[in-house]
Design a protein around this ligand. Structure first.
Ligand SMILES: Cc1cc2nc3c(=O)[nH]c(=O)nc-3n(C[C@H](O)[C@H](O)[C@H](O)COP(=O)(O)O)c2cc1C
Length: 188
């Protein structure tokens, strides 16, 4: 497991829009599985990823408010379609939309989370970079609570929750949903 954080290079990794980056974690967010595309794009060996916390990919330009929202959804068993900028081992980055599947045991306790990621469309990245930049600014000045409030205000103004906002941005919609549904079956 790597302790030193890669230094961001500002270089974007081009993702194949047809391929999925899949990873599976335990309830605490430690990686238990990653597909080949995950290791290929992240630049980490499988042995470095397994057992590592998922924040191994965290990009410093990602607002904490988004991960707060992500975990609020996941812990309560709700999916969230998030847009995330990830940091590869060599400091390059890639933008993805992430969809989750939540696996439970027979008693209903959460056993695993599975994330299915696909290249985020350029126009989505452009719009989300503005919002994330603002959230990051608020976070630096006033902390995460303030940026969560800012995010809620931003969404309320548009009469949407975060999922609806992302879905709206990612139009034409529907297609991604179909692919994600197929992938979920595969990894079910
Ligand atoms: C299934 C799953 C997938 C995740 N994927 C990512 C990811 O691709 N990139 C990322 O930065 N965090 C991801 N996270 C969130 C991390 O666990 C963590 O909350 C986030 O990186 C923020 O780290 P920090 O709290 O140390 O700042 C994922 C969590 C889960 C449960």
């Amino acid at each position: 497991m790597s302790v030193l954080r890669p230094i961001p290079t500002g270089v974007e990794i081009k993702l194949d829009p047809k391929r999925y980056i899949v990873s599976k974690t335990d309830p605490g967010g430690r990686i238990v599985y990653g597909n080949d595309y995950f290791t290929q794009i992240s630049g980490y060996k499988e042995s470095e990823l397994i057992g590592a916390p998922h924040n191994i990919l965290r990009h410093p330009e990602m607002p904490r408010a988004i991960f707060y929202l992500m975990w609020e959804h996941l812990k309560s068993g709700r999916n969230i379609m998030a847009v995330v900028k990830n940091l590869a081992k060599n400091g390059n980055h890639y933008w993805v939309t992430t969809d989750f599947d939540i696996k439970r045991d027979r008693s209903g306790n959460i056993r695993h989370y599975i994330a299915f990621r696909q290249a985020a469309p350029k126009h989505v990245v452009k719009k989300i970079e503005e919002l994330y930049g603002k959230l990051l600014e608020v976070e630096k000045e006033h902390g995460m609570k303030a940026s969560v409030e800012y995010l809620y205000g931003y969404l309320e103004e548009r009469n949407m929750n975060y999922d609806q906002f992302i879905e709206e941005l990612a139009k034409p919609k529907g297609l991604a949903g179909i692919f994600f549904a197929k992938m979920k079956k595969l990894f079910g």
